[in-house]
Design a protein around this ligand. Structure first.
Ligand SMILES: Cc1ncc(COP(=O)(O)O)c(C=O)c1O
Length: 383
């Protein structure tokens, strides 16, 4: 079996993630902050360890600015809905995942103005000049997708960060496809809100996500409730991170996420990045040689995350995915990948693409096997 759907969720996880979660549930199964007994304290220690690891990974100035969420979708919802009010103006890209597109659409229906900027036809980037030109007096936020989950295109976030700083705006980045594999420094890039899944490049289990917020941002929480602190108050505590973390956390998941981030530090993020880039280059080259393959590839290898989209002439993407799965045991994703706007921009709407997303545990042998499988499928319906 070959798993090539790491943009959806990474699999397998490092062995230490499985072991940490198993041991955590057996040995530290208390509820952090909900009691002074040893099991609750042990759980709280693990949660704070993961928070610190995440803060180190993205260079957050304080670990309390790292909020645990259940996925990137919740992190994006918290950042957008917690910040924006009717009358505010937002500038965004046209390649976003529905977890960015839909909350923005809802906010737009409630009176927030949204400017969506088409990527440049030459390089696919969101032109910094166009972004700056779109700023008006009501502009509050610029929010961009760091890497597209359809084509892998990596946007130059530093440039948008510099613009937001110059104009005193808030800058938000969806780093679902980049965190853990690509360098992210929230302070150097002037990022005020960074949303990510914990279960993709950070190697945590599903049900983990994260939102970083800078000291320039004050958000309304999405929910109020038990926080384990200031229990005597009826009002929601304002202390970070508790203000945004009401209810019992996914403690075992967060423990696993901590093990995932430790794995990244141990292996070296650069090594992980160069391994997936090496495989992606090999895949791109191999696909380009198969007759009938249409590759949707950004120009320049440094601009592409380990996500490759293609189509096969004469085939529906879903058919190719089904044959890859059933005849070859190769697991890829087909269709719109929850990002219809990106496909409209790319010209692949509504059928979508076949998406191969590589992970650190994939091998050259697996990529070659997949290329051979795609070749066979292409030959089966020669045109
Ligand atoms: C770019 C991007 N943003 C957000 C998400 C949503 O992530 P999650 O499933 O953790 O909510 C995804 C998921 O694939 C994504 O690719």
């Amino acid at each position: 079996m070959v798993y090539l759907d790491n943009a959806a969720t990474s699999w397998p996880k490092p062995e230490s993630v499985y072991q940490t979660m198993d041991q955590f549930l057996r040995r530290c199964g208390g509820n952090p902050g909900r009691g002074g007994h040893s099991l609750a304290l042990a759980a709280a220690e693990k949660i704070e360890e993961t928070r610190l690891l995440l803060a180190r990974l993205i260079n957050a100035p304080e670990k309390e600015r790292v909020i645990f969420t259940s996925n990137c979708t919740e992190a994006l919802n918290l950042g957008l809905k917690g910040l924006l009010k009717s009358g505010d103006h937002v500038i965004t890209d046209c390649i976003g995942h529905n977890s960015l597109v839909r909350p923005l659409k809802k906010l737009e229906n409630q009176g927030v103005r949204v400017t969506r900027i088409l990527p440049c036809s030459e390089d696919g980037f969101l032109s910094p000049e166009k972004v700056e030109k779109a700023i008006i007096s009501e502009t509050r936020l610029i929010v961009v997708t760091h890497a597209s989950n359809v084509t892998g295109l990596i946007q130059p976030i530093d440039k948008y960060g510099a613009i937001t700083k110059k104009h005193g705006l808030i800058f938000m980045v969806d780093a679902a496809q980049t965190a853990g594999t690509y360098p992210i420094d929230v302070q150097a890039s002037n990022i005020d809100l960074l949303a990510s899944s914990g279960h993709k490049g950070l190697f945590g289990p599903p049900g983990t996500g994260v939102l970083y917020l800078s000291d320039r941002v004050e958000l309304e929480p999405l929910r109020e409730g038990g926080t384990g602190i200031f229990s005597e108050l009826e009002d929601q505590p304002q202390t970070l991170p508790y203000k945004y973390e009401s209810g019992t956390l996914n403690t075992a998941g967060i423990a696993g996420l901590g093990a995932g981030i430790k794995f990244i530090f141990q292996e070296g993020r650069e090594k992980i990045q160069s391994q997936v880039h090496f495989l992606r280059e090999h895949l791109n080259r191999g696909l380009a040689q198969i007759p009938g393959v249409i590759l949707y590839q950004p120009e320049g290898s440094l601009k592409q995350a380990a996500v490759v989209s293609f189509n096969l002439k004469g085939w529906e993407p879903a058919e190719v995915g089904a044959v890859l799965d059933q005849a070859f045991e190769v697991k890829v994703r087909t269709g719109l990948h929850c990002a219809p706007a990106a496909h409209k921009t790319l010209g692949t709407y509504p059928q979508g693409t076949i998406r191969i997303s590589l992970g650190y545990f994939n091998t050259l042998k697996e990529v070659n096997f997949t290329l051979e499988a795609v070749s066979k499928i292409a030959r089966a319906k020669a045109f």
